[in-house]
Design a protein around this ligand. Structure first.
Ligand SMILES: C[S@@+](CC[C@H](N)C(=O)[O-])C[C@H]1O[C@@H](n2cnc3c(N)ncnc32)[C@H](O)[C@@H]1O
Length: 369
């Protein structure tokens, strides 16, 4: 084997169907989808905040900085001062500073991973931010722990909506395990966004993931920092257009991800989004997104500050070819909710959040039936 990625389930920590918590559908067919949801939640929950030293020593530190740059460019470009923001699958709140810089007026973050929500809370309070300067944020916030691709969020957030902008960064593919979850994700976003509101996101680029699978000798490929592995059921490397959901693969990214993910064929995503009142503004592979946005001087300066390519000065380290290959696995998109803007005054929404969040302020919602 040329590379360090597994070729059989026994080699992987993210391998084989789980044996526990098997749920049966009303029709009597075994349904493993909730086990995988739990596995994703457990994986992210277990990843605790890193110290500055640990973060800088990461084998993908420049990729992390590049991804932050991509998200910053999206946030800056599509946020207006005072906007109410819904950050779906917000993780540890790594984008809080971006929303602050964009002068957001209100922030609601939701994630399924309990550990990440606690990290997000402390980061918001400015208590435990190891790798960013400690600061208080200027907008009030609310944090919710739950499955945002299962819960009916328009009920949960009835008093907070409508939002001006919804962001779902590096996470929407976790909704694509079943059609019901993919629809729930889009129905939630559509119900919570105001007419004319914006939905920004990043997720794996299915075209690239499948192109690389077809170029690979077996069912796995990767480089020194990542691997992707499909299971035997996809040994023909063919995917029926009639079954665009539940196409599972395992993804490992050093120091970041190790869990099952699902292919999101973008044309299906776009068509489904149209059903939920969205129009596509753009979709771009992250390579194209970087190259295009680096034509603007302000983005070049931001890239220098974030250090994804080194600082061009003393710091001669830069993004490795292997990290750049990982960037190619992702795309960025922007959708707009149809209808005429009808902005609610921000002040009414600000009352729902707090400027300091105690543990009890995190709302935990179970989607168990
Ligand atoms: C790669 S991380 C991205 C986190 C954050 N958006 C960022 O860009 O830093 C993916 C996140 O999706 C969250 N996630 C996965 N499935 C979810 C679900 N069903 N509901 C809510 N969050 C989910 C994970 O817990 C994790 O925090």
């Amino acid at each position: 084997m040329k590379r360090g990625y597994p070729t059989s389930p026994s080699n992987s920590s993210a391998s084989g169907p789980p044996k526990s918590r098997l749920k049966y559908t009303p029709e009597g067919e075994a349904d493993f989808s909730n086990d995988f949801v739990q596995r994703v939640a457990d994986h992210y929950s277990a990843r605790t905040n890193q110290t500055l030293e640990e973060r800088e020593a990461s084998p993908i530190i420049h990729l992390k900085k590049l991804n932050n740059w991509i998200k910053s460019v999206l946030v800056q470009q599509y946020t207006t001062k005072g906007d109410a923001v819904l950050d779906l699958a917000c993780g540890k709140g790594g984008d809080l500073i971006k929303w602050d810089k964009a002068k957001a007026g209100y922030y609601v973050g939701i994630d399924i991973a309990e550990g990440s929500m606690e990290d997000c809370r402390t980061r918001y309070n400015g208590d435990a931010d190891h790798h960013q300067r400690r600061k208080k944020f200027t907008f009030p916030a609310r944090l919710i722990c739950g499955d945002c691709f299962e819960l009916q969020l328009d009920e949960v957030l009835a008093d907070d909506a409508p939002f001006d902008i919804v962001s779902c960064q590096f996470a929407l593919h976790y909704s694509w395990s079943t059609e019901a979850r993919a629809r729930r994700a889009l129905a939630n976003i559509s119900a919570l966004l105001r007419p004319g509101g914006t939905f920004i996101g990043t997720m794996p680029d299915a075209n690239v993931i499948i192109k690389k699978l077809r170029e690979a000798e077996g069912l796995a490929y990767g480089n020194s920092v990542y691997w992707v592995r499909f299971e035997e059921e996809f040994s023909q490397k063919k995917f029926k257009s009639s079954s665009p959901y539940g196409i599972k693969y395992y993804f490992h990214l050093e120091d970041a991800v190790d869990c099952p993910e699902w292919i999101v064929p973008f044309h299906v995503f776009k068509a489904l989004a149209e059903e939920y009142e969205f129009d596509l503004i753009f979709v771009k592979n992250n390579h194209e997104f970087v190259l295009e946005n680096m034509k603007k001087p302000e983005n070049v300066e931001l890239m220098r500050r974030l250090g994804a390519l080194g600082d061009g000065n003393q710091d001669l380290s830069t993004l490795s070819p292997d990290e750049w290959e990982v960037a190619y696995l992702y795309l960025a998109f922007v959708l707009k909710k149809r209808g005429q803007p009808d902005r609610m005054p921000v002040k009414s929404k600000r009352d729902k959040g707090k400027m300091h969040l105690e543990k009890e302020d995190i709302m935990y919602i179970s989607s168990e039936v």
